[in-house]
Ligand binder design. Sequence first.
Ligand code: SF4
Length: 352
Amino acid sequence: MKQNLLNFNLKELEKIVIHNLNEPKFRAKQIFQWLYKKYTFNINNFSNISKSTKEKLNTKFEIKKPQIHHISYCEQDNAYKFLLKTEDEKFIESILMICNKRVTLCISCMIGCPLKCKFCATGNELKFIRNLEVSEIVGQFLEINKYLQKNKIKQKITNIVFMGMGEPLLNIENVTKTLEILTNNDAIGISKNKITISTAGIIQGLSEIINKFGIKLAVSLHFTTDKQRSNFMPINLKYPIKKLLEEIKKISLNKRDYITIEYLMLKNINDTLNHAKKLVQILSHLKVKINLIPYNPTKTLSVKTSTEQQLNLFAKYLRSKFIPVTVRRSKGQKIKGGCGQFVLSKENHENF
Ligand code: SF4
């Protein structure tokens, strides 16, 4: 079986060119540049590589990535939602959000998700199938950037967030390799502070990956007590709040950096002033920014989002304690932009 060139980081590719192709090490950089700088996905078009090397490459390797299957655009939000099809005919989703010069791509790292957070369409309504390969994670970036170029949309992707389908830290090997490709200047070369990993609270490898790459971290905390968090997010039974916060404390932050704490606003569940007070208390030893997220209802959880008035009171209290607060007005809701909702509508044969 042929191996996919998009599944390798530079070090692995260097080993391949030396040991499998009997070529000098610099050939790996050339291949990397064809793939990630020139968007050339046909080995025969690698023009500075000899015919014999291309033949050797073609015998053992191929280049495969997910293909765009459907696109929805929401003018009001200036957001695109992409449904991509993998080689084994599964669907994944990515969202592109354009805000002035900042163009953020939200990518998926799994097909479905095993964590089953109660408020999430991916975790509850889609079956967990598998982790995505490196070629399928980085492939979302390549396909969508190519789409922007082809359609003469001037913006290029400037920021990446791992907030699509799946938990990045449960696919840590492939996410690590993807980060190596994204941040390598001979490949995509995105600045490390423009990349954010979001976790539902897996502790294994958390501080290591953030410290290794110097990227940003967002933690989906959402609740202030273990009882409530475990009820909505079963992963909390394995990694309770105290352990999670201790792990986050191990992250080295620069002066201007902070950890983003995601907090879903659920009416009468976690949105009272007492909850705000508890939140301030448990985060007191961390440098954080809190992102309040009005809840985008899914079929499986029939709770309401907090009222605007309650959200403002909650935010006001946090700000009075000198904690920076943002409110995420969810982009892409109108195009089924909640995590997993676009794939779901495809599976349910709804009209896009
Ligand atoms: S919120 Fe994230 S971690 Fe939780 S089930 Fe959904 S995709 Fe998985």
